[in-house]
Design a protein around this ligand. Structure first.
Ligand code: HEC
Length: 183
């Protein structure tokens, strides 16, 4: 018998065993917390991410930090949930992906910013250095605002994040589609 023909079934059995092991791993967690967070990040992003030649691990981790930890959607998407899908009203949850992170929520005199990429691909129009500076110091990045301190925005908590985590959030925000605020 042709040796090539013999090899095929072995390869197929090997492949299916590998896949079974992978799905077991998904249930138990991989034992590598960082890898778990990256994988979960990709599962929960409410919008499609464009990876191009970005660092995949940073984007996945960034999605995890934005969508499972940071709660950015609660303030930066208006309204946060799609019509008929507001979990606070006992409805099945679905994030308002059409206006995801495009800002426009009103908090007294303050309005949350659009933090999706601008026409140059910069989230909230900020470079990585500017983004880190906003989160670490709370100073408004718009020079016209004279460096006033951002209100409502929980920067006093986010400023505790590691450099790598802030970079991950930035890379995720760079990978999501531009959007405009909901009405
Ligand atoms: C509790 C509500 C709230 C949450 C949660 C929140 N933000 Fe904000 N954020 C705001 C508001 C309101 C502003 C505008 C504040 C102002 O003008 O004083 C803002 C401003 C910003 C700015 C400054 C943009 C600019 O150009 O002025 C950035 C960047 C930002 N938020 C990123 C984030 C990210 C990333 C997250 C999640 C990790 C997040 N925010 C979570 C309310 C929030």
């Amino acid at each position: 018998m042709n040796r090539k023909k013999l090899i095929v079934p072995f390869v197929l059995v090997g492949l299916s065993l590998g896949l079974a092991a992978l799905s077991q791993e998904e249930k138990r967690g991989s034992g590598d917390p960082e890898a778990d967070r990256i994988a979960r990040g990709f599962q929960i992003s409410p919008v499609k991410v464009t990876l191009r030649n970005r660092d995949r691990n940073l984007v996945g981790l960034g999605s995890y930090l934005v969508n499972a930890v940071g709660g950015c959607n609660d303030c930066h998407t208006n309204p946060s949930y799609a019509p008929g899908h507001d979990p606070f009203m006992g409805q099945p949850k679905q994030v308002n992906s059409a206006h995801y992170l495009a800002g426009g929520q009103q908090f007294g005199p303050f309005t949350s910013a659009n933090i999706t990429p601008d026409e140059h691909g910069l989230p909230a129009g900020l470079t990585l250095a500017q983004f880190k500076n906003v989160i670490r110091t709370g100073h408004d990045p718009d020079p016209a605002e004279g460096g006033r301190l951002l209100q409502v925005m929980p920067w006093p908590t986010y400023q505790n994040m590691t450099d790598n985590d802030l970079r991950a959030i930035y890379e995720y925000l760079r990978s999501i589609p531009h959007a405009e605020p909901g009405p």
